[in-house]
Write a protein that binds this ligand. Sequence first.
Ligand SMILES: *[C@@H]1O[C@H](CO)[C@@H](O)[C@H](O)[C@H]1NC(C)=O
Length: 196
Amino acid sequence: MLGVIVSGRLAQTDFQRVEESKFLINIPDADNINHIVVFLTGAVPLPPGMAGAVYFSWPDPNAPPNWQYLGYISNNKASAIFKISQLKKLHEMDAIDNQMSIFGQQPISHIAQIGVSIESEASVIQLTPAASTTNYLQFAQKMLENFFNFSSSFAVTQAQMVPNPSETFVPLSTLQTWFTNFQRRLEQNPNVWKLL
Ligand SMILES: *[C@@H]1O[C@H](CO)[C@@H](O)[C@H](O)[C@H]1NC(C)=O
């Protein structure tokens, strides 16, 4: 029913059914892949009103699967091309931040996985693809950093201060604490801003 194509390779259709409506396929040697096409073979159409939500993961022996939503296919949109290079980079950055610095070099998987979950089209169209989360996360981190850089460029010690009774001052250390805390929360959960 489902297939994937990596440019230059044979099409793969060896999806395994892992649950009633969930399918998995391994993509070997995935390190240098930038795009993946996922398609319906046409052998069996999806049931009416259903769509296939497509997810990407780098299996990590030391962590639960981290499924990133890419987008969907349906009978009306029987194939789609997804960019995965950015997702891989983000995953590696996470691995470096979270583990490598603490436990030394960890083996990085070379096999990626694509998961397809057959769900109602109405629920699938509400999902947000990971690529937009990635951009959002990068934007938020850059903005944090830029704000911190900008405000700390005005830092003066108390000794250097020219008295100005009408100006209000904030200790730079409080900004530093906020910056560190917010960045940590954002790394743990890119959707943290929804909870504020
Ligand atoms: C913040 O400052 C550091 C050190 O000067 C610099 O490397 C970095 O690019 C700056 N970041 C932004 C977003 O302006």
